[in-house]
Write a protein that binds this ligand. Structure first.
Ligand code: FAD
Ligand code: NAD
Length: 471
């Protein structure tokens, strides 16, 4: 093994959290090494998460639209055929371009990139089992753990990524299954369920809670999303618990029961997607060698400056607290480096947007109505439907609405919830508004270009403190 010089910062994990921290640290003049075992940078997000899923969502949407949404627009198409292999290749091309881009940014900024699995040997030293064989020891004055997360398995259903799949298998199926059961109606279940439903699979989503999209989604918006996705052909069983499954036969059997208890029922499908959440990944890190523990959910425990109880070892991204989102991981990468370099840093956890990239998209920031109600604060709500928005009408894509929640006394915006085409882009304005402590009137009196979907955003704001013009 070769002994290395001590770096200012060593980062374990080259996902969004780790690679952003590495680039930021290099920009701040720190000598930095990033260790990644995948052989490719970008982590879950670029390789098997955000990016490949959006490639398939975009292209499956186009396919579905060409099949079902062209004639009344005056477009007549001939034989439309799916070439799944090419759709997968297009996805792989996007992924490869972006991961190579990160490697280029490492070179440009002078980040040392070590390919292998890192294991702590002591509080300043990490042994790397190199992908190409051999070992290397890396020493860091500061260390950031950014090892991410993995799919939570379902007890009794062994994942083979062909018939019983996680999101990773769902991004790489070689043929369109005739039927699919999705266990868990969270974001992964709905995004990947949408992809395969559009390509022709009969998709049934089984969700334990009374609503789809996870508990963060506003209940009214979730109801609307469920109705629209159902219209597109997806089936839902909410308030329903998956009890177990059996993949030994030709078809996979899934036993379900009403969440509150009741009669058992059995569903059959060719493929089962397990999408019941993700859990922090810290296996192989050698935490026991430095006396670090995880909590009952497998998360590494940190303080408000991302420090573990060993102050020069920090943790960011999916393997610690907070929403498992790439942009959250990214903010933490920057803030953790700022703490190391300058002694201060900041992430506003009240202003992290969430987006579900179905069609229509669902996006939100701040509190949902259930949360505001529970907090006891008096509030006003303004809504505006896209069916009254000129651009949505010309696009013939009018499903959904904007819903704004503001404090009744101060008019300060507490939460913004959008379901509609382009919601994921539009929510950036809402995030900025919350970050700046805007009132609904601030937005309602700001000029928005005509004709754009974002006029619905302005009008929802107007409806919060007064009245919308067009509805
Ligand atoms: P990761 O991206 O998981 O990166 C951790 C890296 O550490 C991995 O590459 C791993 O190989 C490496 N590693 C682990 N242990 C070691 C070790 N001992 N030594 C060396 N390397 C190690 N989020 C969004 O915001 N928007 C989306 O649209 C979105 N879509 C998603 C779709 C899917 C299907 C999935 C699964 C997730 C999606 N996410 C999305 C979530 C997003 O991918 C994660 O929040 C994000 O990747 C977290 O970044 P991270 O750097 O903390 O962890
Ligand atoms: P999730 O936590 O969002 O949803 C899991 C769902 O499964 C929940 O609604 C839960 O009630 C349900 N569930 C759990 N056990 C069940 C059972 N036995 N029977 C029926 N339902 C059950 O998790 P996910 O969708 O797997 O996503 C994992 C993470 O990845 C999330 O943190 C998510 O934010 C992130 N992600 C984000 C995006 C995005 O930002 N667009 C996309 C994909 C994934």
């Amino acid at each position: 093994a070769t002994e290395a010089e001590e770096k200012d910062l060593v980062i374990i994990g080259g996902g969004v959290a780790g690679y952003v921290a590495a680039i930021k640290a290099a920009q701040e003049g720190l000598k930095v090494t990033c260790i990644e075992k995948r052989g490719v940078l970008g982590g879950t997000c670029l390789n098997v998460g955000c990016i490949p899923s959006k490639a398939l969502l975009n292209n499956s949407y186009l396919y579905h639209q060409i099949l079902h949404d062209t004639k009344h627009r005056g477009i007549e198409v001939g034989d439309v055929k799916l070439n799944l292999e090419q759709m997968m290749k297009a996805k792989d091309t996007s992924v490869a371009g972006l991961t190579k881009g990160v490697e280029f940014l490492f070179k440009k900024n002078g980040v040392e990139y070590v390919k292998g699995t890192g294991t702590f040997t002591n509080e300043h030293e990490i042994k790397v089992n190199l992908i190409d064989g051999g070992e290397q020891t890396v020493r860091g004055k500061n260390i950031i753990i950014a090892t991410g997360s993995e799919a939570t398995p379902f007890p009794g259903l062994e994942i083979d990524e062909k018939r019983v799949i996680t999101s990773t298998g769902a991004l790489a199926l070689e043929k369109v299954p005739e039927s699919m059961i999705v266990i868990g109606g969270g974001i992964i279940g709905l995004e990947m369920g949408s992809v395969w439903s559009r390509l022709g699979t009969k998709v049934t989503v089984v969700e334990f809670l009374g609503q789809i999209g996870g508990p963060g989604m506003d209940a009214e918006i979730s109801k609307s999303a469920q109705k629209i996705l159902k219209k597109q052909g997806m089936d839902f069983k909410v308030n329903t618990k998956v009890m177990g499954g059996d993949a030994s036969g030709d078809k996979i059997k899934i036993n379900i029961e009403a969440a509150k208890g009741g009669k058992e029922e059995t569903l059959n499908a060719e493929v089962v997607l397990v999408a019941i959440g993700r859990r922090p990944y810290t296996a192989g890190l050698g935490l026991e060698n430095i006396g670090l523990d995880t909590d009952d959910k497998g998360r590494l425990v940190i303080d408000s400056e991302y420090r573990t109880k060993i102050p020069h070892i920090r943790v960011i991204g999916d393997c610690t607290f907070g929403p498992m989102l790439a942009h959250k991981a990214e903010e933490e990468g920057v803030a953790a480096v700022e703490f190391i370099k300058k002694g201060y840093g900041h992430v506003n956890y009240g202003a992290i947007p969430s987006v579900m990239y179905t069609h229509p998209e669902v996006a939100w920031v701040g509190q949902n109505e259930q949360e505001v109600k529970a907090s006891g604060v008096k509030y006003n709500i303004g809504t505006f439907p896209f069916s009254a928005n000129s651009r949505a009408k010309t696009n013939m894509d009018t499903d959904g609405m904007v819903k704004m929640i503001a404090d009744a006394e101060t008019d300060r915006i507490l939460g913004i919830h959008i379901i509609g085409a382009g919601a994921g882009e539009m929510i950036a304005e809402g995030t900025l508004a919350i970050e700046y402590g805007a009132s609904s009137e601030d937005i309602g009196r700001t000029s928005h270009a005509h004709p754009t979907l974002s006029e619905a955003f302005k009008e929802a704001a107007m409806a919060t403190y007064g009245k919308a013009i067009h509805f």
